[in-house]
Design a protein around this ligand. Structure first.
Ligand code: ZN
Length: 155
């Protein structure tokens, strides 16, 4: 699941926060991964715009593009990924990081190849969902097969 948001919920209620992990992405840019103890805590501290039926979410910060100077500006914190302890596996993690990395890659590409007259390239992201679903399935399949083989090795 993916959402572009210019303002994260800044003030988190950390009562049910199990871990907060800073993941460097590239140069000055990074993401935070929040792992919550239960779903309610995740919903409460992530994106209130959504129906509360998601297992995990990536919130991408917006970035600005100056059409006169072609300069792209973005906060160093590009994304927040929210997970719930016991609810995610390798596929979910890959899916959510794919959202974050697509966001970073768009920013990076745009910053290095400015397009005159294009005001905002980051608005329509609905097509990202399929890409991230496929990433999640592929990575999850790999780890399932890998661990199945390792298990049979030890029998
Ligand atoms: Zn998604």
């Amino acid at each position: 699941m993916n959402h572009f948001e210019n303002n994260f919920i800044r003030k988190k209620d950390k009562t049910h926060l199990w871990a907060k992990i800073k993941i460097p992405i590239h140069q000055i840019y990074y993401a935070f991964v929040y792992i919550w103890g239960n779903r309610e805590a995740m919903y409460q501290n992530s994106d209130t715009d959504f129906d509360r039926d998601f297992d995990a979410i990536c919130l991408n910060n917006g970035y600005k593009y100056d059409i006169d100077t072609y300069v792209v500006s973005s906060p160093n914190l590009l994304s927040e990924i929210h997970l719930v302890l016991g609810v995610f596996g390798s596929g979910v993690v890959a899916h959510e990081f794919q959202h974050a990395l697509l966001n970073w890659w768009n920013l990076h590409t745009f910053a290095n190849h400015p397009v005159p007259g294009v005001v905002n390239i980051a608005i329509n992201k609905s097509e990202d969902e399929l890409f991230c679903e496929v990433t999640g399935k592929v990575i999850s399949k790999f780890w399932k097969d890998y661990y199945a083989r390792r298990e049979s090795d030890y029998q």
